[in-house]
Design a binder for this molecule. Structure first.
Ligand SMILES: [Zn+2]
Length: 44
């Protein structure tokens, strides 16, 4: 498995990922938490 080093769109931290993520793991978690908090769903 290979990892790419990327810079987070959100907090500018350098992180490694094996996918095409634009955000680091922390920002992704925070965004998901925010979505749940705001009750954002796809069927709005
Ligand atoms: Zn980040």
């Amino acid at each position: 498995m290979s990892f790419n080093v990327r810079r987070c769109d959100e907090c500018d931290v350098v992180f490694s990922t094996n996918s095409a993520d634009k955000m680091c793991y922390r920002c992704k978690c925070e965004e998901e938490e925010a979505r749940e908090l705001w009750g954002i769903t796809d069927d709005m």
